[in-house]
Ligand binder design. Sequence first.
Ligand code: SRM
Ligand code: SF4
Length: 572
Amino acid sequence: MAGNESIKTASNYLRGTLIESLANGITGSVTKDDTQLTKFHGIYQQDDRDIRAERRKKKLEPAYSFMIRVRVPGGVSTPQQWLEMDRIAHEHANGTIKLTTRQAFQFHGVIKSNLKRTIREINDSLLDTIAACGDVNRNVMCNPNPFQSRVHAGAQKLAQQISDHLTPRTSAYHEIWLTDDEGEKHKVTKEPDVEPIYGPTYLPRKFKVVVAVPPSNDVDIFANCLGYIAIVEDDEIIGWNVTVGGGMGMTHGDTQTFPRLADILGFCTPEQAVEVAEAVVRVQKEYGNRLNRKNARLKYTIENFGIEWFRNAVEQRIGYPLQPARPYKFEHNGDRFGWSQDHLGNWHYGLFVENGRLYDTEENPALTGLREIAKVHEGDFRLSANQNLVLSRIRPEKKDEIQALLDEYGLDGGQHRTALRRNSMACVALPTCGLSLAESERYLPKLISDLDDVVEEAGLRDDDIVIRMTGCPNGCGRPYLGEIGFVGTGPNTYNLYLGAGFAGERLSKLYQRDVKDREIVSTLRPILLDYAQNRQAGEHFGDFTIRAGYVHATTAGNNFHENIIEREAVLA
Ligand code: SRM
Ligand code: SF4
């Protein structure tokens, strides 16, 4: 049994010794086992890696603080919730808000003594953090774009239903974070917890669900454990194609681990969708690998047992066969920026947020601007899965007022930037992420400024090319679905991947190992120029790099590590 399995088993439904850990004023950390349990409550212990060595020299403990992830099913939050997130970021965290690649809010830099108050205030705003992390179902995603089709409300509803259905039932969350000291004492005598779906050891590993409405695949459905593709007839959702077994994470040098795109399992009706989700979770709970966390995700269960076996296992649990999948077509996995109008006449504004990080500077007071907008906005703030934001459901008579505020605070859809930047995404990485091997969020903007010169030279300013970077191979920015993907291998060093599909339907392939940051522009320049000169009409960059022979196509996760054309890194 993996270490985490023992910790879960002994935790009494995720309690562990968290109450004692929080009360311990001698250290800014919680115990080692509790660091695993806080994840189920949406909290990660971290330390500032920029000053780790310096503190070690001074014999000080690391500068511990906590990251808190706030679940936002489908990414939909209200202006009041936005104002609360903004206040919490300033009062208890580091003054920034991170919009994540799964449509959640993240706060960084919350110290232990502020944790409980922060979680309580998040819950007061009717958002929560339970199951934002941990071996359970995470934030359920949904296309955030109601302008995209009339059926969007039905998709959002399913995302919410699945999120509610798969939320852990343990009262530990309430007990630890939301009750006063009196309540905590009283809790001990209450009824024992029951987890009707998960049981006491929860899932073998994290689990991710998504709902998508074609033609937009802006949620990267195939990177998720379980997905639902809306099948629409006469403006009505008649059912869902169910996808299973996607995931990005892998480990450098370990070919037993690999990113994998989900398979289509079949079609279900709207009434069946939630029970199908439960059945998929139950099969993974029983058959997922609990001995090796590196092979524990649903993608490996399906890879090992086969999709036919998996379909049978799900059908046995739901008690009826799934129907054959219906035709569908995705066209892109990027966001739409600027103004769009929906069928009701309401307006939506897609706002570009570079790498999802929002903060105020003198030249660019982004959070202040959004605060002023939240004070007058009557619709939603929708977080996109590409770390951007949609100001949604703006009545026509309000549009000018919102536009004036966007202008005043320099907020926009990135129209004056290159399409390369608008299609960029980077994970957090340094200094907070304990797993990062290289910079990502702090470096990609600069790299794109350098690449912009090439893009301008090649006449590709307005060409959508999806570029993504992560600080390690875990894949939080879904780099293997970027037409250009960088994955950190060490300080200032990245593996470069090419050849992913523009609609998120094909994984990329390793083009060059261990490229130093200073070599990246010279490595990509000839390929971008070649693309500009020799592409076919409508051909996307990822497709071109395969046709032109830069990389072979990856046709399935299990051949991601094969057919690599080895190239030596060009030393500058
Ligand atoms: Fe992630 C672990 C950040 C989306 C795959 N991820 C982490 C941790 C918590 C590091 C850790 O375990 O100590 C990172 C915290 C960094 C920090 O300082 O904030 C982290 N992941 C993120 C976020 C914030 C990246 C971002 O810049 O937006 C995303 C938060 C999503 C959310 O709101 O729930 C985030 N992570 C993803 C995605 C993308 C997605 O879900 O669409 C993936 C790839 C898809 C997948 O799950 O396969 C992803 N994160 C991982 C993995 C690798 C899992 C695996 O199967 O191997 C880890 C490491 C792990 O679980 O052991 C990880
Ligand atoms: Fe951290 Fe790696 Fe995820 Fe980036 S991809 S946030 S470096 S775990």
